[in-house]
Design a binder for this molecule. Structure first.
Ligand code: BGC
Length: 443
């Protein structure tokens, strides 16, 4: 897996260099007898799956469990936590293809350089300097994006586990070992590309992907080497917008993020360089749709690869399923000045899966769902509003729990009565911590 990533990124790097040479709780609780509801529904539909419990009592350990956004995995090695991913027959992960998105992000920055070769080097020193905001050094999405950017810009170095994704701190003299100086041919010139600085954006309380920390970092960096910064890159839009609003917009420095949050897409009109849509509209649907299907006792891909009775269906150009990892991955799309007007409403449901399910055939069920950090820009501004739109369409009564982004216990303490719910959707604080949840469901 790691090898494959390194190879893909190496290929992306070669390609991009060649290219450059040319140029919190909204619906609360009412968590009533989940088990008997499940039994009723299994009779009402042509249920075949015994998860929906003929006997009227489903053990918590047998209820549908969807991990989303933070894939159960070892935060040091990236190895998937297969025990968590196959906790029961109705356990899946929903996320997006982190490597494909990371390549797109790196390519988007490289393309921008190629198209703006005449103005990109602000101080004319022949070095295109960029700074990088890293979200969470142990989160596979964040690691992939750091690698994708370094790979496309020629600054990546290979380590024992593929491309090194560690932060460099500051590297204005180009001596850091986690990166190297790259070279890009653009507009008939050869530029050196240097990662001037990068750091994990973690606040003192421990919350990662922290936008305020990124805002402070850009001010510190700008104060000591601002004229050398030609590009700002961020592992997400929350941090990217904080840096854009705090410094780069006023200084005309293109800033790139990830997530296609509405405020970031709108900022493209004002000089934000671009972002990547991780198709949150497809992920939010999958998160709740898999639960709906499992509780209805129908084929798990109903309304996904095959149309449901309301006509909902997804096509293969927006997602794929990896059976071994029990993971559904949405595909990413680059959002730049060329196409951003199509992405301005980030909370709109995806049209092919926006049909209301019939409440008789698909009666209401109750779902417990948490967001690891209620202050996370992407999850609170984009993902949760989408979930709230889909829960109505899918007749699910979802209780949304917002964590503090720091401690798992802040969330697990609020799962004191799992028997009151028919299903669970979980977004962990740390990708290593799946057992904190599965142990509660196994009691
Ligand atoms: C998003 C980030 C977000 C993180 C939370 C990532 O996929 O891109 O914006 O902070 O998920 O886990």
């Amino acid at each position: 897996m790691r090898k494959a990533l390194a190879l893909t990124l190496a290929a992306a790097m070669a390609l991009s260099l060649a290219a450059c040479g040319g140029t919190t709780s909204s619906e609360s609780t009412a968590a009533s007898g989940g088990t008997s509801e499940a039994a009723a529904s299994s009779e009402a539909t042509e249920a075949t799956d015994d998860t929906t419990a003929e006997a009227g009592t489903v053990a918590n350990k047998d209820k549908p469990l969807i991990w989303f956004n933070r894939q159960p995995s070892n935060s040091t090695t990236g190895e998937l936590d297969q025990a968590a991913l196959s906790f029961n027959d109705n356990t899946y992960y929903v996320g997006f293809d982190a490597n494909q998105g990371a390549e797109l992000q790196g390519q988007m920055v490289a393309d921008y350089i190629a198209a703006h070769a005449d103005v990109i080097d602000r101080n004319g020193d022949g070095v295109i300097g960029y700074v990088l905001a890293i979200g969470d050094i142990g989160h596979n999405d964040s690691i992939a994006r750091t690698r994708g950017v370094r790979s496309a810009l020629g600054t990546a170095v290979e380590g024992d586990n593929g491309i090194v994704s560690d932060p460099v701190g500051t590297n204005t003299d180009g001596t850091a070992t986690a990166v190297q100086d790259g070279t890009i041919e653009a507009g008939g010139q050869t530029f050196t590309v240097r990662e001037l600085a990068s750091q994990e954006m973690k606040n003192s309380a421990g919350a990662t992907w922290d936008a305020a920390t990124a805002g402070n970092a850009i001010n510190t960096w700008a104060a000591s080497f601002g004229d050398e910064i030609d590009i700002v890159v961020s592992n997400n839009d929350g941090m990217g917008m904080s840096m854009f609003n705090g410094w780069s917009q006023a200084n005309g420095v293109p800033t790139f993020g990830y997530d296609a949050n509405a405020d970031a897409v709108a900022a493209i009109a004002n000089g934000y360089g671009g972002t990547i849509s991780q198709h949150a509209d497809v992920q939010a649907y999958l998160t709740l749709r898999l639960i709906r299907n499992a509780l209805d006792g129908v084929d798990i891909n109903t309304g996904i690869s095959t149309p449901d009775d309301a006509g909902n269906v997804l096509s293969e150009d927006v997602y794929y399923y990896d059976e071994e990892a029990r993971s559904y991955y949405a595909l990413n799309v680059a959002v730049t000045a060329d196409n951003y007007t199509e992405f301005t409403d980030s909370t709109k449901t995806y049209a092919p899966v926006s049909n209301q399910l019939d409440a008789t055939a698909h009666p209401e069920k109750s779902v417990w769902l948490d967001i690891y950090n209620a202050a996370d820009n992407f999850l609170s501004a984009t993902y949760q509003p989408l979930l709230e739109n889909y829960d109505d369409l899918l007749n699910l009564n979802v209780e949304y729990i917002g964590g503090d982004g720091q401690t798992e216990a802040n969330i697990t303490n609020r799962l004191s009565n799992p028997s009151a719910y028919d299903a669970f959707a979980i977004n962990m604080v740390k990708t290593d911590n799946a057992a904190s949840y599965t142990s509660l469901l196994s009691q």
